[in-house]
Write a protein that binds this ligand. Structure first.
Ligand code: HEC
Ligand code: HEC
Length: 289
């Protein structure tokens, strides 16, 4: 290996003098634009160190002449945010869910807040988006057990359904269980009549027998033509929407040993503003009246 520097005959560039197996290394200088970026970044860094917090000094750091602090900046923007939110929350506290729904800005704010609270507190039972599942009603359709007006929803959330709270919504379908109030064939007849309300019965004689029983035993809660009664949380039986299933076997099961859904009361667990935002959110899912 030789170390003498000489010019390369092809490029005219000096070599570094390093040579391996006849291959010599050219000493090409870096392009000037690259060097300029290099010098400018040194200048930038020097200016930055003077202006902004930069060099750690044990427990502290150089503060920079501008006195900038990202933590303070965060505090300031959080305070601004809280103030803006606070204005909305004051209005939400002062208004009823129905009034909030009429104010487009407040409604948007409430729907966003309600969405978050719904995910935390309600989706476990009612599914994300309130679509419901077996024994947990959908909140996204326009079929309501207890009413779909903003005030109805708000009252349901506050005090729950059969929740044990003093002001809970409550009602009970008593067991007509075989032999108690109705015999087994009577139960089957009435179930056949319920099927006929959604045009699914093939046994006209049973429907006629069931209709009389229905009028005596069921109409007081579920309505003469099966339209339901929201004052008692009695579901309509003439739609295709079922809490506990709409097959004949499932209907008979409900008549014999009724299931009674429980929805917790939220008044002691969530702030009133959250309950209102949730009511607005549920109403805005699409089925609100
Ligand atoms: C532990 C399960 C559970 C949780 C959690 C729950 N719910 Fe419910 N919810 C129910 C059940 C069950 C019913 C139906 C009760 C019945 O059969 O009458 C219901 C009914 C409702 C109704 C009435 C629907 C109608 O058709 O009238 C609304 C509105 C409602 N829930 C909203 C909410 C909201 C909002 C939350 C969150 C704050 C929530 N629920 C949390 C179980 C729950
Ligand atoms: C005292 C009122 C009352 C009477 C009487 C009553 N029900 Fe019910 N029924 C209810 C209530 C309330 C529910 C809803 C239970 C719940 O929300 O968990 C219900 C639910 C049902 C369901 C379930 C609906 C679904 O969506 O899954 C069926 C089916 C039903 N009743 C049929 C009958 C039949 C048939 C009779 C008469 C033999 C009858 N009920 C009598 C109050 C009543």
């Amino acid at each position: 290996m030789t170390t003498e520097r000489e010019k390369d005959s092809v490029t005219g560039t000096e070599t570094t003098g390093h040579e391996w197996d006849g291959i010599r290394e050219l000493d090409t200088p870096p392009p000037s634009w690259l060097m300029w970026i290099f010098y400018l970044s040194i200048v930038f860094a020097a200016v930055y160190v003077v202006l902004y917090p930069a060099i750690p000094l044990g427990g502290s750091y150089t503060k920079g002449v501008l006195g900038y602090s990202s933590r303070e900046a965060l505090d300031v923007s959080m305070a601004q945010l809280r103030k803006a939110q606070g204005q909305y929350l004051v209005q939400i506290n002062a208004k009823s869910p129905a009034e909030i729904l009429k104010d487009p800005q407040l409604r948007t704010f409430a729907v966003r807040g309600g969405l978050v609270a719904f995910g935390d507190n309600c989706a476990a039972c009612h599914n994300l988006g309130g679509t419901g599942r077996h024994a947990y009603p959908s909140l996204a359709d326009d079929v309501w057990l207890w009413g779909g007006k903003p005030a109805d929803i708000y009252a349901t959330l506050k005090y729950g359904i059969r929740s044990g709270h003093d002001k809970t919504r409550t009602s009970a379908m008593l067991p007509f269980g075989t032999g108690q109030k109705m015999t087994e064939p009577q139960t089957a007849d009435v179930a056949e009549y319920v099927l006929s309300l959604t045009k699914r019965s093939k046994d006209a004689a049973a429907v006629t027998r069931g209709a009389a029983l229905y009028g005596r035993q069921c109409a007081s809660c579920h309505g003469k033509s099966g339209g339901g009664d929201q004052k008692q949380g009695a579901p309509a039986l003439n739609d295709q929407i079922w809490l506990y299933g709409g097959t004949k076997a499932e209907i008979i099961a409900q008549i014999v040993r009724p299931k009674m859904g429980v929805m917790p009361a939220w008044v002691d667990r969530l702030k009133d503003e959250t309950l209102k935002m949730l009511s607005v959110y549920v109403h805005a899912l699409g089925g609100g009246k």
